[in-house]
Design a protein. Structure first.
Length: 289
């Protein structure tokens, strides 16, 4: 892999857990995630205006942008549902396992075969994900419902990553961000407003975080935009979608450390061990692909 592509993916991996931590720890979690979408929309529009980027170029890949938007809406729903019920250090690594989904789609749709190395990688991911959420009780799964929602979040990342990697062959990252977030923002705003706590108005639920914690919301928006713009830039330079998402697994141990020290989540050593097993499985899968 080209060093510039690797640098973009690794920098994105470093930034990604920080905005997830801020969203998870916010009293206005859904508003915080919606803020990510709106910030990306605004910043992409400003970038296109300043650099003279033709936003209408998105029309040539509109089916891919629609698929990416659908994946991102699903992600916005399932990510917040997962974080509202489970620990960041348990479910962030599972959600970030999208290369597993990407490879499985490639194998099932493109006719690739499962080799021994690929099976080993998939086994490591499954084992790592299982023991991350296993609490040593008689139940094999500590919280099956949350695990299923986390897996849906993981699949949604794979969906929009696959669409983005193809779309970025023809358009600028700012074009992708502008049009996709323009579709995602109203969809998630309606969903979040309908599922807000009864004691909050829709306006407060969606935007009250700007009054309560303005610097947090500003940081979330900027970090989310920069983090994914770097990924799109890696695709634009020709980065393979599975390889780029694999490098982003460097975010997994960072997320476990942040959860332990800032959210006071327990079992740091155990969770770090199994998160590294999961990340190793992703690397093996990509090496075998």
């Amino acid at each position: 892999m080209d060093l510039s592509i690797a640098a973009l993916a690794l920098t994105s991996a470093f930034l990604h857990p920080f905005w997830n931590l801020l969203v998870k720890d916010s009293a206005y979690g859904q508003g915080a995630f919606l803020n990510c979408i709106i910030a990306s929309l605004v910043l992409a529009g400003v970038q296109a205006l300043l650099l003279g980027i033709d936003l209408s170029s998105g029309l040539q890949v509109w089916p891919l942008l629609l698929i990416a938007a659908a994946g991102e809406v699903l992600f916005g729903i399932t990510l917040l549902a997962t974080y509202s019920r489970g620990d960041l250090s348990v479910y962030y690594p599972i959600i970030r396992s999208s290369p597993l989904f990407i490879v499985i789609v490639g194998v099932s749709l493109l006719g690739h075969r499962y080799g021994a190395t690929l099976l080993l990688g998939i086994g490591l991911v499954v084992v790592g994900a299982f023991f991350l959420q296993y609490h040593g009780t008689k139940r094999l799964l500590h919280d099956p419902h949350t695990l299923i929602v986390a897996l849906l979040a993981m699949m949604s990342v794979g969906i929009y990553s696959l669409a983005d990697a193809v779309a970025l062959r023809a358009i600028d990252p700012a074009v992708r961000l502008f049009w996709v977030e323009l579709m995602v923002a109203p969809s998630l705003a309606v969903w979040y407003a309908l599922r807000r706590p009864h004691e909050r108005s829709a306006l407060v639920h969606l935007f009250g975080g700007w009054r309560a914690t303005p610097w947090r919301f500003l940081a979330i928006g900027v970090l989310a935009y920069v983090s994914y713009f770097l990924v799109l830039a890696a695709y634009k330079l020709g980065g393979n979608v599975a390889a780029v998402t694999s490098l982003r697994q460097a975010s997994i141990p960072i997320s476990v450390l942040l959860a332990a020290y800032y959210l006071r989540e327990t079992s740091l050593l155990r969770r770090m061990l199994w998160s590294l097993v999961l990340a190793a499985g992703i690397v093996v899968i990509i090496a075998a692909g």
